[in-house]
Design a protein around this ligand. Structure first.
Ligand SMILES: Nc1nc2c(ncn2[C@@H]2O[C@H](COP(=O)(O)OP(=O)(O)OP(=O)(O)O)[C@@H](O)[C@H]2O)c(=O)[nH]1
Ligand SMILES: [Mg+2]
Length: 309
């Protein structure tokens, strides 16, 4: 048996969470077209006959300006320290820039083997990929360079095979049906935040947080299991009550999220409720409130609250 930790590292928006979900075959991390979507490390466990790969999805590497962002970078640091292999993802459709240099500098300090994953190859020409390989190959001692599409699944079986070559001989660390490590309340709050992210722009994606105020049926364990049935059986009679707060930093942001006569918050609520109902296999009453918490990104109390839900 081979078992080990694989950290997914890269700039914001390169497709780390999309890759995690596609590798697992289940959605455990939220995805959006806005940068800095992921704010903590999320473990995703893939058990096969060869062993167990424990993927660690991470926030995108950026220069941190707020306490929130400093914490995000701490997650990246500790994920890199605990991993047996680092997968550096880049976006094939973007030009090499300062952000990429910053990431490379960060990785120069580590002695852990690194793969370069050139993501989003579904939207670029082959010649472009060859140029990227040429530009990158001498920047770090990459053990493998693999062009992939996290969205379409291109080359993911090859990636998985190569990963196993770099994992230590070890017994499995998790049960075969363990899928992710994060509390269910946290996952539900993230799903609500994902729906918010789809509808907001400019500053708002960065200044919105979600906290589950009330859901008394959430399991205390922070292990999320592979559903026994896919999709899980749906019981339309059971109604679960969830109350959540959407935090913003300014009153005009609160007004934007609520929308004209409550139209946007209604849309967000409906989209989130539908997805949460699929996860819980039951009808849900989702009660959303939008609250102003000035400068929450620099408040340790609010950050603790959100992280530990
Ligand atoms: N065309 C294409 N788009 C992709 C691919 N992978 C991810 N995307 C898109 O890229 C955007 C960012 O994806 P995420 O998975 O949220 O990126 P991330 O690296 O986790 O971003 P952060 O959490 O902000 O660091 C989304 O709009 C995805 O749909 C891919 O292989 N091809
Ligand atoms: Mg992400």
């Amino acid at each position: 048996m081979k078992t080990g930790y694989v950290a997914l590292i890269g700039r914001p928006n390169v497709g780390k969470s999309a890759l995690l979900n596609n590798l697992l075959g289940y959605k455990v991390a939220i995805i959006s077209d806005k940068p800095q979507t992921t704010r903590t490390s999320i473990l995703g466990i893939k058990t096969t006959e060869k062993g167990q790969i424990i993927f660690i999805d991470n926030p995108g590497i950026h220069r941190p300006l707020h306490k929130l962002n400093k914490r995000m970078m701490k997650f990246v640091e500790s994920a890199m320290e605990t991993s047996d292999l680092i997968c550096l993802l880049i976006d094939a459709s973007l030009k090499f820039g300062h952000g990429d240099e910053f990431v490379i500098e960060n990785l120069k300090k580590t002695s852990i083997p690194i793969f370069l994953l050139i993501n989003k190859v579904d939207i670029v020409k082959k010649e472009k990929i060859l140029l990227i390989i040429d530009n990158y190959k001498d920047l770090l001692d990459f053990k493998e360079i693999i062009p992939i599409s996290a969205l379409k699944g291109t080359n993911l079986p090859v990636l998985e095979e190569k990963i196993y070559e770099y994992l230590p001989e070890s017994e499995k660390l998790y049960a075969d049906d363990d899928l992710s490590v994060q509390s269910q309340k946290f996952l539900l709050s993230e799903i609500i935040r994902e729906k918010v992210l789809h509808h907001v722009h400019k500053e708002l994606p960065f200044t919105t947080a979600v906290y589950i105020d009330y859901f008394d049926e959430a399991p205390a364990s922070s292990i999320i299991k592979i559903p026994k049935k896919d999709p899980p059986a749906f019981n339309g009679k059971i109604k679960k009550y969830i109350q959540a707060s959407i935090f913003v930093e300014k009153d005009n942001h609160r007004k934007i999220i609520i929308g004209k006569r409550g139209s946007l918050i209604k849309t967000i609520g409906t989209e989130a409720r539908r997805e949460i109902e699929r996860i819980l296999g039951a009808k849900v009453f989702l009660d959303l409130k939008v609250k102003v918490k000035e400068k929450w990104r620099d408040s340790a109390d609010v950050l603790d609250l959100i992280e530990r839900q």
